[in-house]
Ligand binder design. Structure first.
Ligand code: SF4
Ligand code: SF4
Ligand code: FES
Length: 307
């Protein structure tokens, strides 16, 4: 007798996105349904390899019958849901998020999409006035010193350069929590960094704010790999940018397998002028999901030494 193996059927739900009937997998998020339908939703704190933390709210959409806008990156679809991704309310909310971030954080090295969204949503960070001078000391938790009238308070602070591998420039940090997630239970399970402080004083910190070499950090660089603004950056990239020599048009990216052990992690080696300037890892690779260890991420000096 022939036995026929049971076929696993996936349940689906019907919903409407911007007036269009679509079908999505049960349990999918509104973001996934929108992407499958070709509708772009901006995201900052979301990454497909990390648990959604819902902190940036730039992905909000309007759901008919709902009082508040909902974050598309974490809200599951439901049968009969009517979603609007481009209403006035949605656009105003996204514009406000982008405008407040761009007025208080240095987004100069943020991904290109962020600059495109700022333009597309009509965010005008300049209307908050020029940046106020950096606060000499951090405010007490819960207290935000008033900026000068007509100027925008910012999170500007000196670049932290306390090791040879990567710098932390928290003047560029939008507090998306991605680095914390990658360092914690979503990937590395090292928990070297977390969010400290409250309100405008909230910031990413090592335990007791110690320098990185004194912290639990193992230099996997997985936090660098997920940072959307360039707040965390290879020393090589940081120094080339400082001298005006960083040029992605002159860079070649080669995908290869890490030579150090048998796990098979995939590397993307970025080379400019015959020099490796940084190493990333593809998010969609089933071995690494974008993550590496210190050897794969930073152990490339021998290539130049032996070249
Ligand atoms: S380099 Fe790795 S261990 Fe160190 S803070 Fe980043 S994710 Fe955590
Ligand atoms: S350092 Fe980067 S990844 Fe970490 S919270 Fe700030 S912007 Fe996000
Ligand atoms: S991307 Fe959805 S809340 Fe940040």
């Amino acid at each position: 007798m022939t036995t026929i193996a049971p076929v696993a059927f996936r349940r689906t739900v019907e919903l409407t996105i911007d007036g269009r009937a679509v079908t999505a997998r049960e349990g999918a998020t509104v973001l996934e349904a929108c992407r499958a339908a070709g509708v772009e939703i901006p995201t900052l704190c979301y990454l497909e390899t990390l648990t959604p933390v819902n902190v940036c709210r730039v992905c909000v959409v309007e759901v008919e019958g709902g009082r508040a806008l909902v974050p598309a990156c974490s809200r599951p679809v439901a049968a009969g849901m009517v979603v609007r991704t481009d209403s006035d309310r949605v656009r105003t909310s996204r514009r406000m998020v982008l405008e407040l971030l761009a007025s208080s954080v240095d987004l100069s090295t943020a991904a290109g999409d962020v600059h495109r969204w700022i333009g597309e949503y009509g965010a005008r960070p300049e209307r908050h006035g020029p940046s106020a001078p950096a606060a000499p000391t951090r405010p007490h938790a819960g207290h935000h010193a008033e900026p000068e009238v007509g100027s925008a308070a910012t999170v500007v602070q000196p670049v932290k350069r306390d090791n040879n591998l990567y710098v932390r420039d928290y003047a560029k940090c939008i507090l998306c929590y991605k680095c914390v997630e990658a360092c914690g239970e979503d990937a590395q399970n090292t928990f070297a960094i977390a969010v400290a402080g409250r309100g405008f004083d909230a910031h990413i910190s090592t335990e007791l704010d110690v320098a990185l070499p004194e912290s639990a950090c193992v230099y996997c660089g997985n936090c660098i790999g997920v940072c959307p603004t360039g707040a965390l950056m290879f020393v090589t990239e940081h120094d080339l940018r400082a001298t005006g020599d960083w040029d992605e048009d002159r860079q070649a990216v080669t995908r290869t397998v890490c030579p150090y052990c048998g796990v098979g992690c995939n590397l993307e080696v970025h080379v400019q002028d015959d020099r490796i300037v940084k190493v990333t890892s593809p998010l969609d690779h089933d071995v690494t999901s974008g993550n590496l260890c210190v050897k794969g991420r930073f152990g490339f000096a021998y290539v130049e030494a032996s070249g």
